[in-house]
Design a protein around this ligand. Structure first.
Ligand code: 2YH
Length: 284
């Protein structure tokens, strides 16, 4: 798993409004709209109910330690979405205790391996990798104008790609999987096929061949630049949650508005909406 670097995230807070506008141009929906779409949630209903919720972001010193601006940036994204969010004034256990004592509704915290949101009322846990996969799959569905019945290629069958493949299959896409470890692709195929009782999940063997046969791509590998300019076609739509970006600079320029990529925003937005969806369900 890629550990985020300060350079991956330092641009996020000052450019949230621009990023949001760009998402609207690319997908027709805002950051919150994409997150609601990933959760099968009506955006208006969500907006009306979420405003009284508070989230505490707790810095974590374990492992390789604090990433400069990580917690601030997560809190800024949550605030941008309309949540009441703040960073705990102490890290680790003291920060968790502070969040309980103050009465926050949820926590967000990350170490080197996992980034989780924890609902302190409903005891629900949301994983960032799962949320990120679902969020970018939702963005791809929107860019495609509906993915039902279409062929989608998922590159990378780790937790992000697996979650993306799952949502795409649930939306009725025919999903082709490619991973350098064929067993990872087989596992996702088996799991998703079983869940949705579909025979529309296949495995590809070769990147070039797979890309030449697909317009809609979920790029969820941690490998930089695997989609080069020569592999891009003018009608492609690419959602790329992978860090570092798996699309070369030349390919990204060719794709222009048909590429969605970020390092934190969509994943955090889907985590927030997932938390509050569950609260809405439970409070009914
Ligand atoms: O970057 C990471 C992990 N690779 C998980 C990311 C999941 N997409 N973690 C961030 C660590 C943050 C640090 N402990 C802090 O500043 O609190």
């Amino acid at each position: 798993m890629t550990r985020l670097q300060p350079d991956d995230i330092c641009h996020i807070t000052p450019s949230l409004a621009d990023y949001n506008r760009n998402l609207e141009i690319k997908t027709g929906r805002s950051l919150l709209g994409i997150a609601c779409h990933a959760c099968g949630m009506d955006e208006k209903a969500f907006k009306n109910r979420q405003l009284d919720k508070s989230i505490c972001v707790v810095p974590v010193t374990a492992g390789l330690g604090i990433i400069s601006r990580f917690s601030d940036t997560v809190a800024a994204i949550l605030t941008f979405l309309g949540c009441r969010a703040a960073v705990a004034d102490q890290p680790d256990v003291a920060g968790v205790a502070h969040a309980f004592a103050i009465g926050y509704d949820a926590l967000m915290m990350a170490d080197d391996n996992r980034f989780m949101a924890i609902d302190l009322h409903a005891r629900q846990v949301i994983d960032n990798a799962d949320a990120t996969g679902r969020g970018f799959a939702a963005a791809l569905d929107l860019m495609a104008g509906g993915i039902r019945g279409r062929d989608v290629l998922v590159l990378g069958c780790g937790p992000v790609g697996a979650a993306g493949a799952d949502l795409l299959a649930s939306l009725g896409a025919r999903v082709a999987l490619l991973d350098k470890d064929r067993r990872a692709a087989e596992w996702v195929k088996e799991t998703v096929s079983g869940r949705y009782r579909t025979t529309d999940i296949t495995i590809e063997e070769d990147l070039e061949t797979a890309l030449s046969g697909h317009r809609f791509i979920l790029e969820a590998t941690p490998v930089p630049d695997i989609i080069t300019g020569t592999l891009v076609s003018p009608d492609m739509r690419v959602a790329a949650p992978g860090v570092p970006l798996g699309v070369s600079a030349e390919a990204a320029a060719m794709l222009g508005p048909h590429l969605v990529h970020d390092t934190l925003e969509i994943g955090v937005a889907v985590m927030a909406v997932s938390l509050f969806c569950e609260s809405i369900r439970i409070n009914r």
